[in-house]
Design a protein around this ligand. Structure first.
Ligand code: SER
Length: 318
């Protein structure tokens, strides 16, 4: 990777992936792009920035040529809960940005990373130690796009030789930009509410187990997979990756150990409950470990301590 374009750079992953890639490859070698002008305004403070709509293939192709891009990180997506409110638009955006990225990667010889998700699985998938290769019949439009995206990306690799690679991200916990519209967002929001108000109303049931990753591990997953020796990759689109599996009551227990006054109640969001119940409780990520050395370092206790410290600083709370 020499010249990198990150599209959808203004979101939860992009705002941290851009500086991560800058540290690895140099500031002049990373271009951040987003569709929203206000997001681009803040991205400009940290990176070379272009504002455009990835659904417009002509402008997208011009940007790739302008910066002689050889690697694209496609982070454009509506998440699972938002997708259920506007399924047709979710398909248009999620699949449109991917198809344009694949075509542009094919024409310009670029490698392409597009995250998939635990959302690619559904009720009929084994929920414990979900295997790498298993039943994939998701019940959300987000998941349908992820499965279709995995298949399409593998198709472009086998049919046209495009270097497509991907991981199935679980919920990502971070203290930079907020996630938005995801089923796993509670695991980020709880920290802000715990510090600001010492209370949190959880939208998922207490025993709703889901896989999670702390952002530093998620960033390493992106760069390590893209740097992996292609000869060692048996899979491409897409690898299970996880570092921890927990439920809201586990996180509550962690929180009261550190903030004894903390209280949590439940106001269940039925759409999110249904989505979470259809996703794995814990994934088997041994293929990622064996094929490209995936080895996350952040466990739940380390993550909770670091999140509380970082958000206290961010909110200027002692
Ligand atoms: N974090 C995503 C969501 O909840 C899952 O990939 O939609």
């Amino acid at each position: 990777m020499k010249n990198i374009l990150v599209i959808g750079a203004g979101g939860q992953i992009g705002t941290e992936l851009v500086p991560h890639l800058q540290r690895l490859y140099g500031e002049d070698h990373v271009v951040a792009a987003d569709v929203k002008p206000e997001t681009c305004h803040s991205l400009r403070a940290m990176a070379i920035t272009e504002q455009f709509d990835a659904l417009d293939i002509n402008i997208y192709a011009q940007i790739v040529k302008k910066y002689r891009i050889d690697s694209i990180f496609n982070l454009v997506a509506l998440l699972s809960a938002t997708g259920e409110k506007i399924p047709q638009l979710a398909w248009e955006i999620n699949m449109g940005a991917l198809l344009n990225s694949l075509e542009i990667a094919k024409e310009n010889g670029c490698a392409l990373f597009t995250p998939s998700s635990i959302g690619a699985f559904g009720h009929s998938t084994p929920h414990q130690q979900t295997p790498q290769d298993t039943v994939m019949r998701p019940g959300t439009i987000y998941g349908v796009c992820k499965v279709a995206g995995e298949l399409l990306s593998d198709y472009y690799f086998t049919r046209f030789g495009v270097d497509t690679r991907s991981v199935r991200f679980p919920g990502i916990i971070s203290n930079g930009a907020l996630p938005g519209g995801g089923t796993t967002d509670y695991a980020v929001e709880i920290f802000y509410q715990a510090i600001k108000n010492k209370r949190f109303t959880c939208p998922l049931p207490a025993d709703s187990y889901l896989d999670m990753l702390y952002m530093p591990d998620a960033l390493n997953a992106c760069s390590q997979l893209m740097e992996a020796d292609p000869a060692k990759l048996i899979h491409r689109n897409s690898f299970n990756v996880t570092a921890m599996s927990f439920c809201p009551s586990d996180l509550y227990d962690d929180m009261i150990k550190r903030i004894p006054e903390f209280t949590m109640d439940y106001q269940i969001n039925p759409v999110m409950r249904e989505i979470a119940a259809s996703w794995p409780d814990s994934m088997d990520d041994s293929c990622a470990r064996n094929e490209w050395g995936w080895n996350p370092v952040w466990d739940r206790q380390m993550m909770v301590d670091d999140m509380l410290q970082a958000i206290r600083i961010k909110l200027s709370v002692k």
